[in-house]
Design a binder for this molecule. Structure first.
Ligand SMILES: [Zn+2]
Length: 385
């Protein structure tokens, strides 16, 4: 139980009352230019820290709106804005994504430490921050009158291709689409995802993470959380399609974006339907949600597009089916991914002929190979940037 908070730069010691009954509270120490500045309250086993405490180190007074639960503060003239319950973080006019939502507890705002510091590190030029389990070390770079040069190393690292997140759609109590002959989308997706994972692991020096490797139910939000926590460089969600028109067939790859065509909206509605199983019944993505999500994704949009085009091209080379192209719509599962991301619809299991193909392991192997080749080619485009 923590009782003291030391703010050395004001030479004042505050006496704090303990938090809730039975609540354990921890702290980490914050050093600025090698001097102990403050202790910072943490929650969730030191994975979230108090922004209010952190600001002591930056001599910044936050502006807090109780009504909208927003906290606004400045670090060296850069305006930072956080909202309770939201993963988005605004620095000046740029949107960044935290790995988890901001939590408000006893009038303090808590953020996931790792992702918050990573964002601050790469976007607030005057600070350099290091973090290990119990200590945060901040060094303030001396004021330079000349404009700071763009941090090329940080820029490069942002796109460093190190981890691929493979997300087999659906699972457990959510079968996804059900085929003409009873084929389940969740099974097709998992099989192709595992084949893809094997190929990448065998042939490339890249870490792979499957969001699920068995038949279990996973909330849509958990999938992107896994992706963000593993610092994914690319997120591939794998699905199979269905339509009421049994003649519909072919493969297509989706990006997140404002709804532009009806067919794409129908696919997104079907893929988002699982939200009802998660207890969000009736919750639809509003246009505003989508616009926000699209802006949040703008940093990854061109990479996502490049990869999507490669997937379509590589599948197209290998199978007879119809190439339906790259499309965009409001896919909830892609919304929170802080990395380039796509959703691949391998084919229509509602189409008798295509379902038959998808039931063949040889065909699924061809699809996995196609996506794998797309990954290889995508990596090459990164190296050439
Ligand atoms: Zn699906």
């Amino acid at each position: 139980m923590k009782l003291f908070k030391i703010k050395l730069n004001f030479l004042i010691i505050y006496l704090f009352t303990s938090i809730g009954v039975g609540a354990t509270s921890d702290t980490i120490k914050l050093f600025k230019n090698n001097q102990l500045v403050s202790e910072i309250d943490t929650i969730e086993n030191n994975t979230f820290f108090s922004i209010n405490d952190f600001l002591v180190s930056t001599d910044s007074k936050p502006f807090i709106s109780e009504k909208t639960e927003k906290i606004v503060f400045y670090i060296n003239n850069q305006k930072i804005k956080l909202t309770n319950g939201i993963t988005f973080l605004l620095i000046d006019e740029n949107i960044y994504q935290l790995s988890s939502k901001v939590v408000k507890q006893n009038n303090e705002y808590f953020v996931p430490i790792d992702s918050f510091l990573n964002i601050i590190n790469s976007s607030v030029k005057s600070l350099s921050i290091m973090f290990n389990e119990s200590k945060i070390l901040i060094s303030v770079k001396p004021n330079e009158n000349n404009k700071p040069a763009k941090n090329i190393v940080a820029e490069k690292n942002k796109w460093r291709f190190s981890t691929i997140i493979i997300d087999p759609g659906h699972g457990g109590k959510d079968p996804g689409a059900v085929g003409y002959r009873g084929t389940l989308e969740k099974d097709i997706a998992l099989d192709v995802a595992k084949r893809l994972e094997k190929k990448i692991t065998k042939n490339m020096k890249i870490k792979t993470v499957l969001t699920r490797d068995e038949d279990i139910f996973l909330k849509l939000g958990e999938r992107t959380k896994i992706a963000n926590e593993n610092n994914g460089s690319l997120f591939i969600s794998i699905h199979a399609n269905a339509a009421t028109d049994r003649r519909a067939s072919g493969f297509e790859t989706f990006l997140i974006g404002p709804n532009k065509n009806e067919a794409a909206v129908r696919v997104a509605a079907r893929e988002n339907a699982v939200l009802e199983l998660e207890g969000f019944s009736g919750k639809q993505l509003t246009n505003e949600d989508l616009i926000k999500a699209t802006i949040a994704q703008s940093a990854f949009a061109s990479k996502s597009e490049q990869f999507a085009a490669l997937v379509q091209e590589e599948i197209g080379k290998r199978v007879q089916g119809k190439n339906r192209g790259v499309k965009q719509a409001g896919f909830y599962v892609l919304m929170g991914a802080s990395m380039p991301n796509v959703l691949v619809e391998l084919g229509f299991i509602s189409n008798l002929a295509e379902e038959k193909k998808l039931r063949s392991s040889q065909y699924r192997e061809v699809l996995a190979t196609a996506i794998f080749r797309a990954v290889e080619k995508y990596e090459k485009t990164l190296n050439n940037d």
